[in-house]
Design a protein around this ligand. Structure first.
Ligand code: PMP
Length: 351
Protein backbone atom coordinates (compact mmCIF):
# COMPACT_ATOMS: atom_id res chain seq x y z
CA UNK A 1 0.00 0.00 0.00
CA UNK A 2 1.33 3.43 -0.98
CA UNK A 3 1.57 6.01 1.85
CA UNK A 4 -1.15 8.22 0.31
CA UNK A 5 -3.54 5.30 0.20
CA UNK A 6 -3.72 5.27 3.99
CA UNK A 7 -5.84 8.41 3.81
CA UNK A 8 -8.25 7.19 1.19
CA UNK A 9 -11.80 6.32 2.19
CA UNK A 10 -11.97 2.77 0.92
CA UNK A 11 -15.46 1.30 0.82
CA UNK A 12 -17.16 -1.80 -0.48
CA UNK A 13 -19.86 -0.36 -2.73
CA UNK A 14 -23.48 -1.39 -3.13
CA UNK A 15 -23.96 -3.54 -6.22
CA UNK A 16 -27.10 -2.59 -8.16
CA UNK A 17 -28.98 -5.14 -10.29
CA UNK A 18 -27.89 -5.46 -13.90
CA UNK A 19 -29.29 -3.04 -16.50
CA UNK A 20 -28.64 -4.98 -19.73
CA UNK A 21 -28.69 -2.79 -22.81
CA UNK A 22 -30.26 -5.48 -25.00
CA UNK A 23 -33.89 -6.56 -24.78
CA UNK A 24 -34.61 -9.04 -22.01
CA UNK A 25 -37.51 -9.94 -19.75
CA UNK A 26 -36.41 -7.77 -16.90
CA UNK A 27 -37.57 -9.01 -13.53
CA UNK A 28 -34.43 -8.15 -11.56
CA UNK A 29 -34.66 -4.60 -10.18
CA UNK A 30 -38.29 -4.16 -9.13
CA UNK A 31 -39.12 -1.64 -11.82
CA UNK A 32 -42.75 -1.10 -12.74
CA UNK A 33 -43.75 -2.69 -16.08
CA UNK A 34 -46.32 0.04 -16.83
CA UNK A 35 -45.43 3.50 -18.14
CA UNK A 36 -45.64 6.54 -15.82
CA UNK A 37 -48.98 8.39 -15.64
CA UNK A 38 -50.01 10.00 -18.97
CA UNK A 39 -49.65 13.46 -17.38
CA UNK A 40 -45.91 12.82 -16.99
CA UNK A 41 -45.48 12.35 -20.74
CA UNK A 42 -47.48 15.53 -21.38
CA UNK A 43 -45.39 17.48 -18.89
CA UNK A 44 -42.21 16.23 -20.57
CA UNK A 45 -43.46 17.25 -24.00
CA UNK A 46 -44.34 20.71 -22.74
CA UNK A 47 -40.94 21.24 -21.14
CA UNK A 48 -39.00 24.18 -22.46
CA UNK A 49 -35.35 23.24 -23.06
CA UNK A 50 -34.35 26.89 -22.60
CA UNK A 51 -35.36 26.55 -18.95
CA UNK A 52 -32.41 24.22 -18.47
CA UNK A 53 -30.14 27.27 -18.68
CA UNK A 54 -31.18 28.13 -15.14
CA UNK A 55 -30.52 26.29 -11.91
CA UNK A 56 -33.59 24.46 -10.63
CA UNK A 57 -35.50 25.69 -7.58
CA UNK A 58 -33.28 24.65 -4.62
CA UNK A 59 -36.41 24.21 -2.48
CA UNK A 60 -37.96 21.92 -5.09
CA UNK A 61 -41.25 23.68 -4.27
CA UNK A 62 -43.35 22.32 -7.15
CA UNK A 63 -42.70 18.78 -5.95
CA UNK A 64 -42.68 19.29 -2.18
CA UNK A 65 -45.94 21.24 -2.44
CA UNK A 66 -47.58 18.54 -4.58
CA UNK A 67 -46.53 15.86 -2.08
CA UNK A 68 -47.57 17.94 0.94
CA UNK A 69 -51.01 18.45 -0.57
CA UNK A 70 -51.32 14.77 -1.48
CA UNK A 71 -50.49 13.58 2.03
CA UNK A 72 -52.21 16.43 3.88
CA UNK A 73 -49.02 17.57 5.63
CA UNK A 74 -47.13 20.88 5.73
CA UNK A 75 -44.61 21.71 3.03
CA UNK A 76 -42.07 21.91 5.84
CA UNK A 77 -42.68 18.21 6.51
CA UNK A 78 -41.46 17.03 3.10
CA UNK A 79 -37.88 16.50 1.94
CA UNK A 80 -37.11 15.34 -1.60
CA UNK A 81 -34.00 13.74 -3.06
CA UNK A 82 -32.51 11.92 -6.04
CA UNK A 83 -34.30 8.64 -5.45
CA UNK A 84 -34.90 7.32 -1.95
CA UNK A 85 -31.27 6.18 -1.99
CA UNK A 86 -30.24 9.82 -1.83
CA UNK A 87 -32.84 10.59 0.86
CA UNK A 88 -31.81 7.57 2.96
CA UNK A 89 -28.14 8.38 2.59
CA UNK A 90 -28.83 11.96 3.82
CA UNK A 91 -30.81 10.52 6.72
CA UNK A 92 -27.88 8.30 7.75
CA UNK A 93 -25.55 11.28 7.63
CA UNK A 94 -27.93 13.59 9.51
CA UNK A 95 -29.49 11.37 12.15
CA UNK A 96 -27.14 8.50 12.92
CA UNK A 97 -24.32 10.11 14.86
CA UNK A 98 -24.29 8.14 18.08
CA UNK A 99 -21.53 5.91 19.45
CA UNK A 100 -24.22 3.29 19.97
CA UNK A 101 -25.02 1.00 17.04
CA UNK A 102 -27.79 1.66 14.56
CA UNK A 103 -30.04 -1.41 14.33
CA UNK A 104 -31.39 -3.01 11.15
CA UNK A 105 -32.26 -6.55 10.03
CA UNK A 106 -29.57 -9.00 8.86
CA UNK A 107 -31.50 -9.71 5.68
CA UNK A 108 -32.64 -6.38 4.29
CA UNK A 109 -31.80 -3.66 1.79
CA UNK A 110 -28.06 -4.10 1.46
CA UNK A 111 -27.41 -0.38 1.01
CA UNK A 112 -27.90 0.23 4.78
CA UNK A 113 -24.65 -1.52 5.58
CA UNK A 114 -22.86 0.39 2.81
CA UNK A 115 -23.97 3.81 4.13
CA UNK A 116 -23.10 2.82 7.69
CA UNK A 117 -19.60 1.84 6.52
CA UNK A 118 -19.24 4.92 4.31
CA UNK A 119 -20.13 7.31 7.13
CA UNK A 120 -18.42 5.16 9.79
CA UNK A 121 -21.59 4.68 11.77
CA UNK A 122 -21.54 1.72 14.16
CA UNK A 123 -24.31 -0.78 13.36
CA UNK A 124 -25.62 -4.11 14.51
CA UNK A 125 -27.73 -6.42 12.35
CA UNK A 126 -30.67 -8.15 14.03
CA UNK A 127 -31.46 -11.63 12.81
CA UNK A 128 -34.80 -12.24 11.08
CA UNK A 129 -36.60 -15.24 12.59
CA UNK A 130 -36.79 -18.63 10.83
CA UNK A 131 -39.77 -17.39 8.78
CA UNK A 132 -37.78 -14.30 7.73
CA UNK A 133 -39.87 -12.01 9.95
CA UNK A 134 -38.38 -9.03 11.80
CA UNK A 135 -38.32 -9.74 15.57
CA UNK A 136 -39.54 -6.50 17.13
CA UNK A 137 -38.14 -7.30 20.58
CA UNK A 138 -34.63 -7.19 19.09
CA UNK A 139 -35.15 -3.46 18.64
CA UNK A 140 -35.97 -2.76 22.29
CA UNK A 141 -32.34 -2.53 23.37
CA UNK A 142 -30.26 0.62 23.57
CA UNK A 143 -29.18 1.84 20.15
CA UNK A 144 -28.13 4.81 18.04
CA UNK A 145 -31.13 4.63 15.71
CA UNK A 146 -33.35 2.15 13.92
CA UNK A 147 -34.05 1.59 10.23
CA UNK A 148 -36.03 -1.12 8.46
CA UNK A 149 -37.96 -1.37 5.22
CA UNK A 150 -41.65 -2.13 5.38
CA UNK A 151 -42.34 -4.28 3.40
CA UNK A 152 -38.86 -5.68 3.96
CA UNK A 153 -36.65 -6.35 0.95
CA UNK A 154 -35.85 -8.84 -0.47
CA UNK A 155 -38.36 -10.89 1.52
CA UNK A 156 -41.40 -8.76 0.61
CA UNK A 157 -42.92 -9.38 4.05
CA UNK A 158 -45.10 -6.57 5.40
CA UNK A 159 -45.62 -5.79 9.08
CA UNK A 160 -48.77 -3.96 10.11
CA UNK A 161 -48.92 -0.52 11.66
CA UNK A 162 -49.16 -1.90 15.22
CA UNK A 163 -45.78 -3.53 14.71
CA UNK A 164 -44.26 -0.22 13.56
CA UNK A 165 -45.84 1.61 16.48
CA UNK A 166 -44.49 -0.96 18.91
CA UNK A 167 -40.95 -0.37 17.62
CA UNK A 168 -41.54 3.38 17.94
CA UNK A 169 -42.81 3.23 21.50
CA UNK A 170 -39.65 1.35 22.47
CA UNK A 171 -37.42 3.84 20.66
CA UNK A 172 -38.46 7.34 21.66
CA UNK A 173 -34.92 8.63 22.18
CA UNK A 174 -33.52 7.84 18.75
CA UNK A 175 -34.55 8.41 15.16
CA UNK A 176 -36.61 5.60 13.61
CA UNK A 177 -36.66 5.43 9.80
CA UNK A 178 -39.26 3.31 8.03
CA UNK A 179 -38.25 2.76 4.41
CA UNK A 180 -41.55 2.35 2.57
CA UNK A 181 -40.25 1.87 -0.98
CA UNK A 182 -42.91 -0.81 -1.59
CA UNK A 183 -45.73 0.31 0.72
CA UNK A 184 -48.27 1.03 -2.05
CA UNK A 185 -48.39 -2.69 -2.88
CA UNK A 186 -48.89 -3.65 0.76
CA UNK A 187 -51.19 -1.80 3.14
CA UNK A 188 -51.29 0.97 5.69
CA UNK A 189 -48.34 3.36 5.80
CA UNK A 190 -46.56 4.56 8.94
CA UNK A 191 -47.31 8.10 7.73
CA UNK A 192 -50.34 7.90 9.97
CA UNK A 193 -47.99 8.01 12.95
CA UNK A 194 -45.87 11.05 12.12
CA UNK A 195 -48.05 13.49 14.08
CA UNK A 196 -47.64 11.41 17.22
CA UNK A 197 -43.96 10.47 16.90
CA UNK A 198 -41.63 13.38 16.35
CA UNK A 199 -38.70 10.97 15.90
CA UNK A 200 -40.27 9.02 13.00
CA UNK A 201 -39.16 9.45 9.39
CA UNK A 202 -41.07 7.75 6.58
CA UNK A 203 -39.20 7.42 3.29
CA UNK A 204 -40.92 6.62 -0.01
CA UNK A 205 -40.04 6.64 -3.70
CA UNK A 206 -41.37 7.31 -7.21
CA UNK A 207 -39.35 4.34 -8.53
CA UNK A 208 -41.79 1.53 -7.85
CA UNK A 209 -45.54 2.24 -7.70
CA UNK A 210 -45.13 5.48 -9.71
CA UNK A 211 -43.12 3.86 -12.53
CA UNK A 212 -40.42 6.51 -12.47
CA UNK A 213 -37.19 4.75 -11.51
CA UNK A 214 -35.44 6.52 -14.39
CA UNK A 215 -36.38 9.93 -13.03
CA UNK A 216 -34.80 9.37 -9.59
CA UNK A 217 -37.25 10.86 -7.07
CA UNK A 218 -37.53 9.90 -3.43
CA UNK A 219 -38.89 11.71 -0.39
CA UNK A 220 -39.05 11.74 3.37
CA UNK A 221 -42.00 12.86 5.45
CA UNK A 222 -41.49 13.72 9.11
CA UNK A 223 -41.90 16.46 11.71
CA UNK A 224 -40.86 19.98 10.57
CA UNK A 225 -37.98 19.81 13.04
CA UNK A 226 -36.42 16.69 11.48
CA UNK A 227 -37.01 17.94 7.93
CA UNK A 228 -35.22 21.15 8.95
CA UNK A 229 -32.15 19.16 10.05
CA UNK A 230 -32.20 17.18 6.81
CA UNK A 231 -32.35 20.36 4.74
CA UNK A 232 -29.40 21.85 6.62
CA UNK A 233 -27.32 18.81 5.69
CA UNK A 234 -28.57 18.86 2.10
CA UNK A 235 -27.63 22.54 1.69
CA UNK A 236 -24.20 21.70 3.10
CA UNK A 237 -23.75 19.07 0.42
CA UNK A 238 -25.52 20.09 -2.80
CA UNK A 239 -28.23 22.76 -3.01
CA UNK A 240 -29.59 21.56 -6.35
CA UNK A 241 -30.25 17.87 -5.88
CA UNK A 242 -33.47 17.84 -7.91
CA UNK A 243 -33.24 18.67 -11.61
CA UNK A 244 -35.90 20.69 -13.40
CA UNK A 245 -37.30 17.71 -15.32
CA UNK A 246 -37.77 15.65 -12.17
CA UNK A 247 -39.56 18.51 -10.43
CA UNK A 248 -42.05 18.96 -13.27
CA UNK A 249 -42.63 15.27 -13.97
CA UNK A 250 -42.83 14.31 -10.30
CA UNK A 251 -45.51 16.91 -9.64
CA UNK A 252 -47.47 15.71 -12.70
CA UNK A 253 -47.39 12.11 -11.46
CA UNK A 254 -48.82 12.97 -8.05
CA UNK A 255 -51.85 14.57 -9.73
CA UNK A 256 -53.04 11.36 -11.41
CA UNK A 257 -54.44 9.30 -8.56
CA UNK A 258 -56.69 7.14 -10.71
CA UNK A 259 -53.90 5.88 -12.96
CA UNK A 260 -51.73 5.23 -9.91
CA UNK A 261 -54.42 3.14 -8.16
CA UNK A 262 -55.19 1.25 -11.36
CA UNK A 263 -51.61 0.20 -12.15
CA UNK A 264 -50.89 -0.72 -8.52
CA UNK A 265 -53.95 -2.97 -8.57
CA UNK A 266 -52.84 -4.64 -11.80
CA UNK A 267 -49.44 -5.43 -10.26
CA UNK A 268 -50.99 -6.78 -7.06
CA UNK A 269 -53.35 -8.98 -9.10
CA UNK A 270 -50.48 -10.30 -11.24
CA UNK A 271 -48.43 -10.91 -8.08
CA UNK A 272 -51.13 -13.03 -6.48
CA UNK A 273 -51.67 -14.99 -9.71
CA UNK A 274 -47.89 -15.48 -10.09
CA UNK A 275 -47.60 -16.71 -6.51
CA UNK A 276 -50.08 -19.50 -7.29
CA UNK A 277 -48.16 -20.38 -10.46
CA UNK A 278 -44.92 -20.66 -8.51
CA UNK A 279 -46.59 -22.82 -5.87
CA UNK A 280 -48.05 -25.14 -8.50
CA UNK A 281 -44.49 -25.70 -9.71
CA UNK A 282 -43.38 -26.66 -6.20
CA UNK A 283 -41.81 -23.35 -5.20
CA UNK A 284 -42.15 -21.93 -1.70
CA UNK A 285 -43.15 -18.29 -1.96
CA UNK A 286 -43.14 -15.79 0.91
CA UNK A 287 -46.28 -13.67 1.24
CA UNK A 288 -45.42 -10.49 -0.58
CA UNK A 289 -46.57 -6.95 0.11
CA UNK A 290 -44.28 -5.67 -2.64
CA UNK A 291 -43.95 -5.78 -6.45
CA UNK A 292 -41.74 -8.86 -6.26
CA UNK A 293 -41.82 -12.44 -4.97
CA UNK A 294 -39.09 -14.15 -2.96
CA UNK A 295 -39.08 -17.81 -3.96
CA UNK A 296 -37.21 -21.05 -3.36
CA UNK A 297 -37.58 -24.58 -4.75
CA UNK A 298 -36.74 -27.69 -2.70
CA UNK A 299 -35.20 -29.52 -5.66
CA UNK A 300 -33.84 -26.75 -7.86
CA UNK A 301 -30.58 -25.01 -7.05
CA UNK A 302 -31.30 -21.26 -7.04
CA UNK A 303 -27.97 -20.28 -8.60
CA UNK A 304 -28.36 -22.77 -11.45
CA UNK A 305 -31.91 -21.62 -12.04
CA UNK A 306 -30.81 -17.99 -12.02
CA UNK A 307 -28.15 -18.75 -14.64
CA UNK A 308 -30.47 -20.84 -16.80
CA UNK A 309 -33.07 -18.06 -16.73
CA UNK A 310 -30.47 -15.47 -17.68
CA UNK A 311 -29.31 -17.64 -20.57
CA UNK A 312 -32.94 -17.66 -21.75
CA UNK A 313 -33.09 -13.84 -21.54
CA UNK A 314 -35.10 -13.73 -18.30
CA UNK A 315 -33.33 -11.65 -15.63
CA UNK A 316 -34.20 -12.16 -11.94
CA UNK A 317 -32.14 -11.32 -8.82
CA UNK A 318 -29.90 -13.73 -6.95
CA UNK A 319 -27.53 -12.88 -4.08
CA UNK A 320 -26.11 -16.17 -2.85
CA UNK A 321 -25.54 -14.67 0.58
CA UNK A 322 -25.95 -16.49 3.88
CA UNK A 323 -29.47 -17.84 4.62
CA UNK A 324 -30.83 -16.78 1.22
CA UNK A 325 -28.51 -18.74 -1.05
CA UNK A 326 -31.43 -20.86 -2.27
CA UNK A 327 -33.74 -17.92 -2.97
CA UNK A 328 -34.51 -15.87 -6.05
CA UNK A 329 -36.24 -12.51 -6.09
CA UNK A 330 -38.57 -12.11 -9.03
CA UNK A 331 -40.07 -8.73 -9.89
CA UNK A 332 -43.74 -8.78 -10.91
CA UNK A 333 -43.77 -7.83 -14.58
CA UNK A 334 -46.57 -7.76 -17.14
CA UNK A 335 -48.80 -10.83 -17.14
CA UNK A 336 -47.36 -11.76 -20.60
CA UNK A 337 -43.79 -11.56 -19.25
CA UNK A 338 -44.69 -13.74 -16.30
CA UNK A 339 -46.28 -16.26 -18.64
CA UNK A 340 -42.99 -16.56 -20.54
CA UNK A 341 -41.20 -17.07 -17.21
CA UNK A 342 -43.60 -19.83 -16.14
CA UNK A 343 -43.41 -21.54 -19.53
CA UNK A 344 -39.64 -21.71 -19.11
CA UNK A 345 -39.87 -22.96 -15.51
CA UNK A 346 -42.51 -25.55 -16.39
CA UNK A 347 -40.25 -26.96 -19.12
CA UNK A 348 -37.24 -26.98 -16.84
CA UNK A 349 -38.89 -28.45 -13.75
CA UNK A 350 -41.42 -30.88 -15.17
CA UNK A 351 -39.36 -32.19 -18.13
N1 PMP B 1 -35.30 1.04 -0.30
C1 PMP B 1 -35.50 -0.22 -0.70
C2 PMP B 1 -35.96 -1.21 0.31
C3 PMP B 1 -35.28 -0.59 -2.03
O1 PMP B 1 -35.45 -1.86 -2.42
C4 PMP B 1 -34.86 0.39 -2.95
C5 PMP B 1 -34.67 0.02 -4.41
N2 PMP B 1 -33.44 -0.50 -4.73
C6 PMP B 1 -34.65 1.68 -2.49
C7 PMP B 1 -34.87 1.97 -1.16
C8 PMP B 1 -34.11 2.77 -3.37
O2 PMP B 1 -34.93 3.09 -4.42
P1 PMP B 1 -34.82 4.46 -5.21
O3 PMP B 1 -33.46 5.06 -4.92
O4 PMP B 1 -34.98 4.09 -6.63
O5 PMP B 1 -35.92 5.32 -4.69
Amino acid sequence: MKAYEKNIRIVEPYVPGEQPQHKVIKLNTNENPYPPAPGVKEALEKMDADRLRLYPDPEASALTEALAKYYGVGKNQVFVGVGSDDVLSMCFLTFFNSDKPVLFPDITYSFYKVWAELYRIPYECQKLDENFRIVKEDYYKENGGVIFPNPNAPTGLYEDIRFVEDVLTHNQDVIVIVDEAYIDFAGESALKLIDRYENLIVVQTFSKARSMAGMRIGYAIASPKLIGYLNDVKYSFNSYTMNQTSLVCGAASVKDEEYFRHTVKMIVDTREWAKKQFEELGFRCLDSGANFLFVTHPEQDAKELFEALKEAGIYVRYWGSSRIEQYLRVTVGLREEMEILFRFLRNKIIN
